[in-house]
Design a protein around this ligand. Sequence first.
Ligand SMILES: NC(=O)c1ccc[n+]([C@@H]2O[C@H](COP(=O)([O-])OP(=O)(O)OC[C@H]3O[C@@H](n4cnc5c(N)ncnc54)[C@H](OP(=O)(O)O)[C@@H]3O)[C@@H](O)[C@H]2O)c1
Length: 341
Amino acid sequence: MTSANTVPTVTLGDELIVSAIGFGAMALTPVYGEVDDTESLATLHRTVDLGVTFIDTANVYGGGNNEKLIAKLLADRRDEVTLATKFAIVGNPADRAAGAPLTARGDAAYVRQCIDESLQRLQTDVVDLYYMHRRDVNVPIEETVGAMAELVAAGKVRHLGLSEVTADELRAAVAVHPIAAVQSEWSIWSRDVETSVVPTAVELSVGFVPYSPLGRGFLTGTVRSAADLSSPTDFRRNMPRFSGGALDANLAVVEVVKSVAAQQDATPAQVALAWLRYRAETLGVASVPIPGTRRAARVEENLGSLSVTLNPDQLDTLDAAAAAVSGNRFTDMTWVSGGRE
Ligand SMILES: NC(=O)c1ccc[n+]([C@@H]2O[C@H](COP(=O)([O-])OP(=O)(O)OC[C@H]3O[C@@H](n4cnc5c(N)ncnc54)[C@H](OP(=O)(O)O)[C@@H]3O)[C@@H](O)[C@H]2O)c1
């Protein structure tokens, strides 16, 4: 049993100290299937009890309901949580299940509007880490980050972050205000950030927060066929890697993760998270993944990855599996950094 005081911490950029594993709350409102608010709240409390105190949400998750759920956790535990939320996506990611397009907005007026709406939903006075969720390519990033910096000066936000920015966008942002973290997809099967974004983050002393570190659940072995994605609120089946021949090809990648897990007496989820820890160490970046789950037992399991070791042969085996992944991580790759580098 792990207790709060045994979870190590990591210092991201801008001297932001967080638990070495965070918790991504996105799927506590429907996006990978149905949810139960009572179970979700219990999972959140257990998460903080375990010492996983870096909680990640966004204004658009659940159309605002995700932040309202987090507010229930914060009601009597605000001081225990390092709270991260985001703005800039217009539209609910869950609508992707119905094929709706998403757009980004980064003008200064929208930044000011969004933080006030989030603080209201979260029922708190300050957000610890405020991310630009997506780049609005019609607005200079200096304007967006400049407006975010004003929120720091106003005391509404403590640190700034950016999601899915390119190396050049990160460089431009850092010239305006220190950036604590880049949050972008990074896992065994999503490694495009290793080319430019991660090295630039290292150079600029910016931390990294890998999102979807379990490959949206795929790397855990729980998705065995398209039938496992049949819930009307599971948008993964519309993503290139989860559909058609790609899904079948990618199941071979999971078999490799499972085989390494069996060697280490660990679970596939733990191996996926441990691999990320080794990769971040190798590249020299301060990194804290934010796996998400609706179930408290899995929070404890994922935390256990911190003590899972992998030998060089196993790392090579996982790297080789990564090279065999089929399909892009998004349909429109310009929506993420890899398509704009
Ligand atoms: N910045 C961005 O654009 C962006 C995009 C995506 C995500 N994110 C953030 O990153 C967080 C995590 O990403 P994610 O939720 O997309 O994907 P993820 O953490 O890679 O995977 C989540 C999925 O894995 C399953 N899972 C978790 N632990 C497991 C375990 N030990 N064994 C088996 N299955 C397990 C969960 O299912 P159960 O619920 O059934 O356990 C869930 O479906 C999100 O919550 C969100 O905060 C950010």
